[in-house]
Ligand binder design. Structure first.
Ligand SMILES: [Zn+2]
Length: 245
């Protein structure tokens, strides 16, 4: 993909601009800024709809645009050296997808793909680097987010090493619901299995157990939380400890 050109999704369709003037973004990095500082950034910000599985940035490439999710959730995906990828972090309305550029990298180390469709605020890379290099409120918010994301990645290392897949899956459902702000959302066993780096049958088994207990409902590529208290009991201790500024 030629990132020097205007963005075109991997499916061949251009992302759609929704609006440039929504008053207050849901994205917390942007909404935490003081009004005057945000107003200076506003001309460079464009709200776009992003679709599930849409590729927003490729590894080893300097992206044309960076994204601050509103209702969308993005996956940070690391190549396993073949055609497969594993999710190493996810980004919702608490963050953005190009911290390495803010920290001085000239390209992204990982792939950035839409996990849950929704809206995000898009900014040209050059505008983002110029704004984040100013000693202002955006750089303060990004530094804080970098520390939180690093802590979250450290927690995830422990989680994947010591907590079972059913526990991790239950945490993941809860956290995903929090991110999208709804108790039902799109999900396929294939996509979750690839995020966890396990076989599809392993996720189907974990989902089947939760379904039999009446904790969740699934069907038509969606999942719905039916009993949040039981789901919390099934989740590992990591849920509730993840960093969400
Ligand atoms: Zn865990």
């Amino acid at each position: 993909m030629d990132y020097a050109q205007p963005y075109v999704s991997h499916t061949g369709g251009a992302v759609s601009l929704v609006s440039d003037d929504r008053a207050v973004p849901r994205n917390k990095l942007l909404s935490s800024m003081k009004a005057a500082a945000f107003e200076r950034l506003r001309p460079a910000l464009h709200t776009v709809d992003v679709q599930a599985n849409e590729l927003l940035g490729e590894a080893e490439v300097a992206p044309a645009f960076v994204y601050f999710p509103n209702t969308a959730v993005l996956s940070v995906l690391r190549s396993l050296g073949d055609e497969s990828y594993m999710e190493v972090a996810s980004i919702g309305h608490e963050g953005m997808n190009a911290l390495p550029l803010f920290l001085g990298a000239d390209r992204m180390p990982s792939r950035s793909r839409v996990r849950t469709a929704g809206t995000a605020i898009r900014m040209a890379r050059a505008d983002f680097i110029a704004a984040s290099n100013e000693d202002g409120l955006l750089s303060v918010a990004l530094r804080r987010y970098a520390a939180l994301l690093l802590a979250d990645v450290e927690r995830a290392v422990v989680c994947t090493r010591f907590h079972t897949i059913p526990q991790q899956f239950a945490s993941w459902i809860l956290y995903s619901a929090d991110r999208v702000g709804r108790d039902d959302f799109a999900l396929t066993h294939d996509s979750v299995a690839s995020l966890f780096g396990v076989r599809r049958a392993t996720i189907s088994e974990a989902a089947g157990d939760l379904k039999r207990l009446g904790v969740i409902r699934t069907g038509r590529g969606r999942i719905a939380i039916h009993d949040r208290a039981q789901l919390r009991a099934a989740a590992c201790v990591c849920y509730g400890k993840r960093n969400d500024p």
